[in-house]
Write a protein that binds this ligand. Structure first.
Ligand code: T46
Length: 144
């Protein structure tokens, strides 16, 4: 079952339950374009060695779609569409958080040893980021 919350005027953020195959050899999870995520995966990056108390993010994307997975450990993603905030907990490799554009995000409370994986819809483009919260708020609210 997937849980969702009405965040973002453009795309709803939601937890996607990924298929998990477990047998005596261990567990395997799958993400496929067009089946589990509604975008073509063009880039992947991952985070590790995250110091205690560190936070990542503090930005929004104008266009980018993403799926975020805690492949090891646990962290929280606070999403904010300019009207509403919601916190998603990522604590299992079979849970992916889908995020559409125009959502401010903060990644916090990383457990020691956490490894996070981001599967995203486009190549890296700094001009596509909102780094200034006031600018993000202005644009996000004007879309309402
Ligand atoms: C996001 C959060 C969760 C690249 O050169 N290519 C890349 O694809 C990425 C993602 C980053 N970088 C460089 C740019 C910076 O010099 O890596 C450095 C750290 O990136 P950034 O400061 O953007 O890290 P975060 O944690 O603020 O944000 C990143 C992603 O940029 C962002 O899309 O959602 O992780």
């Amino acid at each position: 079952m997937s849980t969702s919350v009405a965040v973002g005027r453009i795309k709803p953020c939601r937890i996607i339950d990924l298929p998990e195959f477990t047998d005596p050899r261990g567990s395997l999870c799958v993400v496929e374009t067009g089946i589990h995520v509604p975008f073509v995966i063009r880039r992947a990056y991952y985070m590790f060695d995250i110091p205690d108390g560190a936070a990542r993010g503090a930005h929004g994307h104008r266009r980018l779609e993403q799926l975020i997975i805690a492949v090891h450990g646990r962290f929280e993603v606070v999403v904010d569409d300019g009207f509403t905030k919601h916190t998603f907990v990522l604590d299992h490799p079979s849970k992916g958080l889908y995020m559409g554009p125009m959502v401010w995000r903060d990644m916090v409370d990383f457990a020691p040893g956490t490894v996070g994986l981001w599967l995203v819809a486009d190549h890296y483009d700094e001009s596509e980021y909102y780094r200034d919260y006031e600018e993000f708020l202005r644009d996000a609210r004007s879309l309402a």
